[in-house]
Design a protein around this ligand. Structure first.
Ligand SMILES: Cc1cc2nc3c(=O)[nH]c(=O)nc-3n(C[C@H](O)[C@H](O)[C@H](O)COP(=O)(O)OP(=O)(O)OC[C@H]3O[C@@H](n4cnc5c(N)ncnc54)[C@H](O)[C@@H]3O)c2cc1C
Length: 135
């Protein structure tokens, strides 16, 4: 099974983690603060688009009846507390998210190849480290 590290438990990080799980990756999410840390900083400022436009169908399905109404304009803090936190507590994600872990370095796993289409070259990286974080 391939391992994947997602940096950040914001809306995109959690969506990416769910998408990668569906594709069979062993996912770990490293978040330097709390789940939805940046959105929490908006405080009472509302998002620009209604809830239904801000998450995928898979997130709506996971939240079920507890999901906000489609037309609700959530504040950043509400998005973190009513959507991202409950999502992070679902059995799919609960054991995969490590909060309080700031990623300080990333490089491809040992033997990983990264192609650069512009120059049509292949880059090999001998390291085994996926990501380094500190708590
Ligand atoms: C007033 C306002 C209204 C908005 N309205 C909308 C809207 O209606 N719809 C919409 O789609 N977008 C809206 N946005 C933009 C919205 O903030 C982004 O779309 C969304 O937050 C992006 O999610 P993200 O997960 O990519 O990034 P973020 O929400 O920024 O999450 C990144 C996460 O990564 C963590 N992180 C960062 N660096 C590290 C590191 N080195 N190690 C570990 N963790 C790290 C952070 O702590 C954070 O939790 C709005 C923005 C503002 C300011």
């Amino acid at each position: 099974m391939k391992s994947l590290v997602v940096v950040g438990a914001g809306p995109m990080g959690l969506e990416a983690a769910l998408g990668a799980l569906e594709r069979g990756f062993a996912v770990t999410v490293l978040e330097k603060g709390r789940v939805g840390e940046n959105l929490r900083r908006y405080g009472a400022t509302r998002l620009f688009s209604p809830f239904a436009m801000n998450v995928s169908a898979r997130v709506k399905a996971l939240l079920g009846a507890s999901a906000p109404a489609a037309e609700e304009l959530l504040t950043g803090e509400e998005m973190a507390e009513r959507v991202l936190e409950p999502l992070a507590r679902t059995p799919l994600l609960a054991r995969r998210i490590r909060t309080g872990h700031a990623v300080t370095a990333i490089r491809p796993a040992r033997g990983a190849k990264a192609s650069t289409p512009a120059r049509r070259s292949t880059v090999r990286n001998g390291g085994g480290l996926l990501a380094r974080s500190f708590a």
